[in-house]
Design a protein around this ligand. Structure first.
Ligand code: CP
Length: 331
């Protein structure tokens, strides 16, 4: 079997740190074709007919889970959503046992969100099925960063040379990490902005500029990606009070007056209105937040398609080798 996309040979999509610029560009280009598909009257293609995708979410999600489900259905795959609350995970089953049992049910792709950084990598090492990381702890959320980059490219034409500021809880944010890896590989200038307590030590080594001044972050920026304050992860009282945060870092119409007129306001969602962004900005003319959500479908179709195609190639190759060995043993 010939892999029609030799530029993509990975069975999994685990993070953007490990991808090359070419691989990221291939994902974005493939998503462009699928954006055209989801804009048609009949928004469905038979690309993954006969394949099964399982959504395995150990953390809450609205956008990512539904988006993967819609993406898989648009590709004609069968989709199963596992509700962790009513699964055997509650009886103490380990992640790998859960994964192996799902694989034994002849599932081709597992889309997983987990609260532990590295969970997706661990599952990928233990299964033949493809794993797509839908967010692991503070580590990575690759399809979110890809849909962010897709939206930037769609709106502004290029990513190379863009000035993108990421504002908010950088320390706890897998969205920030994936965006930093992806945007810097594609030649954007990234600035991260947060109170000092929410900026991880050594972040500048990834090639980003760092500031705690929101005005500096907004000045000259082509886009601002506003992160959600993750109050549910505040185990050590690391967060400033909400009102204080909004006063010093909130994206408001007043602050945007000092930015580029057409600055794009992005947010991965869910939004804390009046904490990281005011409602008039979130719903205003600079906001592309809901377009990001729509683009998520095309990006996830691309991810499902590429890993499926590469894994089919890998599995067929391995099966061929095994069959040859078995023949030798029979002799
Ligand atoms: N952006 C994002 O991951 O949203 P959900 O948590 O709703 O999936």
């Amino acid at each position: 079997m010939v892999n029609k996309n030799p530029a993509w040979t990975r069975k999994d999509l685990l993070g953007l740190q490990e991808l090359t610029r070419d691989e990221i560009e291939l994902l974005l280009k493939t998503a462009e074709s699928f954006k055209e598909v989801i804009s048609r009257e009949v928004k469905k293609v038979p690309t993954l007919r006969g394949k099964t995708v399982v959504n395995l979410f150990y953390e809450p999600s609205t956008r990512t889970r539904v988006s993967f489900e819609v993406a898989a259905k648009r590709l004609s795959a069968d989709v199963i959503n596992i509700a962790i609350e009513s699964s055997s995970v509650r009886k103490g089953e380990t992640l790998i046992d859960t994964g192996k049992n799902i694989e034994a049910l002849k599932v081709d792709i597992i889309v997983m969100r987990h609260n532990c950084s590295g969970a997706a990598v661990m599952l990928a090492k233990n299964l033949h099925a493809s794993i797509i990381n839908a967010g692991d702890g503070w580590h990575e959320h690759p399809t979110q960063a890809l849909l962010d980059m897709f939206t930037l490219k769609e709106k502004l034409g290029v990513i190379e040379g863009l000035k993108v500021s990421i504002v908010g809880d950088i320390a706890h944010s897998r969205v920030a990490r994936s965006n930093i890896w992806g945007l810097t590989k594609l030649g954007a200038h990234v600035t991260v902005c947060a109170p000092p307590m929410l900026i991880p030590t050594g972040i500048e080594k990834t090639g980003v500029s760092v500031t705690s001044s929101i005005d500096e972050a907004l000045k000259d920026a082509d886009a601002v990606n506003v992160l959600r304050m993750q109050f549910e992860r505040d185990t050590e009282n690391a967060f400033p009070k909400q009102l204080e945060y909004f006063k010093n870092f909130g994206i408001t119409a007043e602050r945007l007056k000092k930015a580029k007129k057409n600055i794009l306001v992005m947010h991965p969602g869910p939004i804390n209105r009046g904490v990281e962004v005011s409602s008039d900005v979130a719903d205003g003319p600079n906001s592309v937040i809901l377009e990001q959500v729509t683009n998520g479908i095309a990006v996830r179709m691309a991810a499902l398609f590429l890993v499926s195609q590469a894994n089919e190639h890998i599995l067929k190759k391995n099966t061929g080798v095994k069959a040859k060995n078995e023949k030798v043993l029979v002799k």
